[in-house]
Ligand binder design. Sequence first.
Ligand code: FMN
Length: 242
Amino acid sequence: MNTLIVFAHPEPKSFNGALRDAATEALGRGGHAVRVADLYAQGFCSEAGRGDFASAKDPDYLAVMREQAHAWKTNGFAPDITRAIEDIRWAELVIVQCPMWWFGPPAIVKGWMDRVFVPGFTYGRGKWFESGGLAGKRALLSMTADGTNSSYAWRGRYGDLENLLWPVLLSLRFVGFDVMKPHFSPEVSKSDDQRKALIADYVRRLDALGGETPMFFHAEGDYDENDTLKPEVKARTVAQRD
Ligand SMILES: Cc1cc2nc3c(=O)[nH]c(=O)nc-3n(C[C@H](O)[C@H](O)[C@H](O)COP(=O)(O)O)c2cc1C
């Protein structure tokens, strides 16, 4: 399986870097091809803007979605976006490796989504969720944190992890990915032993990932014309309630 690791940490020698290396090694051992997109090292821009496009459909008013759709049709993206799109097209599994910064991923990950998950490529004209442009690919968010596991639970100090990460997980599903349960490495700064154990846990998870069922998201047929779950459908995701 072609695996893209989107690495979003400014320090290559960080613990996130160690997880990136452990994944590269484990996946390689399993016969998978691995590419690393190191967003900070590439100088990936995290802000959408005019610079994303080689030409302007409307030079007087920047409607980002419209310019993205135009650039998709005309092959007119900035080089960092073109490269990121090419990496995703190549990949069957996309791993986003990043620290938890203020209860979400660093801004560069959001910028990667803002600038790369463009209409035409990932969604639009009836393409979204299970029929999104990236359908058939898997995505795994691997995130490190200093907080404890129990603090990221429903009754924990910070609340449930998947609920916190819902905007990212939902976006990954919106564009079509089969989204795997996030991989969470807590208490990273506690000790060397903790870090060793976390690396071992992650490698075990990756070795078994092929047999895992992706997270549940409601399918198109579960919704009515108001974008609401049909009365007979029970809400089953972490962010929807009956
Ligand atoms: C800007 C910033 C924000 C952070 N926010 C959180 C947070 O919301 N929750 C948490 O548990 N840890 C938080 N941390 C701690 C980092 O998640 C932790 O240091 C990192 O995951 C360790 O991995 P590293 O050694 O690869 O950097 C934050 C750290 C920084 C620098």
